[in-house]
Design a protein around this ligand. Sequence first.
Ligand SMILES: C[S@@+](CC[C@H](N)C(=O)[O-])C[C@H]1O[C@@H](n2cnc3c(N)ncnc32)[C@H](O)[C@@H]1O
Length: 271
Amino acid sequence: MSTLPDVDEVIRQVLGKKKYQHLDADLVAFIAGAEVKKRTSLKEAVKATTNKLHQVAWAYWNDQPAYSAHAKELANLPPDIHAGDSRAFCFRLMQEHASTRERLPILSDFYHALLDDIQPVNSILDLACGFNPLALGWMPIDPTAAYTACDIFQDMTDFLQAFFDHFQKNGKAGLCNLLTRIPQEKAQVALLLKTLPCLEQTEKDSARRILTGIDARSLIVSFPVRSIGGKEKGMLAHYSSQFESLLSDLGWDYKKFLFESELAYRVERGN
Ligand SMILES: C[S@@+](CC[C@H](N)C(=O)[O-])C[C@H]1O[C@@H](n2cnc3c(N)ncnc32)[C@H](O)[C@@H]1O
């Protein structure tokens, strides 16, 4: 009788690697738990788990961000998020995350188009946020709005917390694995930007469960229109038909916004 590789040992070995040490342990356990069922040796299970984690976590970064250098620079900025040096710092850092970088040419138009007619915006939940919270200074929201952000890297969310604190924002950044737990904070607007396809790489058909588990009046959900490598590959037609069919199934109203680099929906749940 063959035995499955020991999942705890897989988790221990993966989290012991420098590249994965800051990842949310719950996500590592979730992926390792699925991979051990398909592998016969510990080595194979560790490799398959790290491959999957690379796809969902590291594919958006060219290099490991220099968080301690970024934190030192942040500490020397003025406390005003709209000051020239503060904006230049945020804009430069947003270029480090592929997904956030793609939005830079349309950043101001993107947030004005999506938020201007639901003013005032008093609370935001930014799920699987990447470096998007650094766009706070471009968002037309109340200066005291509550901003809750989460993603799967502890070092990234620690840095984002330092960013909120430095600019005296009412912000909270922490870890989340959206495949097992959706933050329960109630918010006026939840952002789920370019993330559903990434979550569905780990768990097929997770979109409906995640969307219905979010406690927000408006959901802003977006999709990439090109792959990370820049190819169009029919993504626009694919994501729009799949998502609109889910929305029609759920009976939710929506408004659609097509930008040069992103397809976005503002969905009104009305709760
Ligand atoms: C395509 S990027 C989008 C980033 C950001 N929302 C934006 O558009 O600027 C997908 C993000 O999902 C995060 N992620 C991947 N799997 C996740 C999970 N299971 N739970 C929460 N976040 C996850 C990644 O770390 C990455 O930052």
